[in-house]
Design a protein around this ligand. Structure first.
Ligand SMILES: Nc1ncnc2c1ncn2[C@@H]1O[C@H](COP(=O)(O)OP(=O)(O)OP(=O)(O)O)[C@@H](O)[C@H]1O
Ligand SMILES: [Mg+2]
Length: 286
């Protein structure tokens, strides 16, 4: 990665293991990475290679076993450092759409006088004004994930960690959410680390895609996706380099997935493997 001085996140020799002895699991090891301020970085890798654990470590939920990382937060008291978006929308079921946004805004340093206006504008932006007083169970899956997205963005975080946020959406909703995410990010330009199994998604969204090896995860390759911005998710697919980039990453990843499967067959699977139902069975998703 670049040696310029706008590095926001610096990861050095980072490793994480769980348990010990027979139960030792090395989730990832020896990770070195610099991430620019405002960069959109995607992580792809076989199931079980430590992507979620890496996000959790960066969020401070897990403690690194080896190495370290540092984040160049600016004005931490006046801005929200970090937001996370997960596979499940994770909305509070007893709160309305508006209430879910107000809850995170109340916990943020943003002045209370601005909350109403921020809530209204984000809800309008995702076309949910009519649904603002609805509760999560009254929304479709795509709508819930839209709320989850604006709940993360409405506090203007400096770092956004996203763990397969669109994995349960159909193709059409995914495209809508991709475009929305790109537009929200284009406005705020915070640093995003986005985990996905979907290579198309990674290349559509990212400035750079880091491909990880099979467990224990290491960085195998970085792929720069310097397609012009702002991006239109449909137009981008017409770019010949887009398809080529997807193919390159797919080939890299296929190798790692085969390695992960071979390890599993050899009985070196993760200790939670039950009866062939391991999540590692999940294959390539392009
Ligand atoms: N709390 C924990 N205790 C013990 N082992 C854990 C724990 N959390 C994760 N692991 C192990 O760490 C490894 C990496 O898990 P992680 O969830 O980070 O993988 P992942 O790359 O996100 O996989 P997926 O793509 O399936 O989501 C796995 O072998 C998993 O069993
Ligand atoms: Mg995961």
């Amino acid at each position: 990665m670049s040696d310029s001085d706008d590095r926001f996140l610096r990861i050095a020799k980072l490793g994480k293991r769980f348990g010990d002895g027979q139960n030792l699991v090395q989730a990832f090891e020896d990770l070195d990475l610099d991430v620019h301020k405002g960069e959109f970085l995607c992580l792809v890798g076989p199931s079980g290679c430590g992507k979620t654990t890496l996000l959790r470590t960066l969020a401070g939920v897990e403690k690194a076993s080896t190495g370290n990382f540092s984040v160049d937060w600016s004005d931490k008291d006046k801005t929200t450092p970090l937001s996370m978006v997960f596979q499940q929308p994770g909305l509070y079921p007893w709160m309305s759409v508006e209430g879910n946004l107000r809850f995170v805004l109340n916990a943020s340093p943003i002045e209370t006088e601005r909350h109403d206006e921020i809530i209204a504008s984000f809800i309008e932006r995702v076309g949910l004004t009519k649904f603002r007083s609805f509760h999560p169970h009254q929304l479709s899956g795509g709508m819930k994930q839209r709320v989850s997205l604006i709940r993360a963005f409405c506090v203007y975080p400096q770092l956004l960690l996203m763990d397969e946020p669109f994995v349960f959406l159909d193709y059409q909703n995914r495209m809508i959410l991709h475009q929305l995410l790109l537009e929200l990010w284009q406005d705020q330009r915070q640093t995003i680390i986005f985990v996905t199994h979907n290579i198309n998604e990674a290349v559509t969204l990212g400035d750079r895609v880091m491909v990880m090896t099979a467990s224990p995860g290491r960085f195998k390759r970085e792929v720069v996706c310097d397609f012009p911005r702002p991006r239109d998710v449909v137009e981008l697919r017409k770019n010949a380099d887009f398809g080529q980039t997807v193919v390159e990453i797919t080939e890299d990843l296929k190798e790692e997935i085969e390695r992960a499967q071979a390890m599993e067959i050899a009985g070196r699977a993760d200790p939670f493997h039950i009866d062939g139902a391991s999540p590692r069975a999940r294959g390539l998703d392009v």
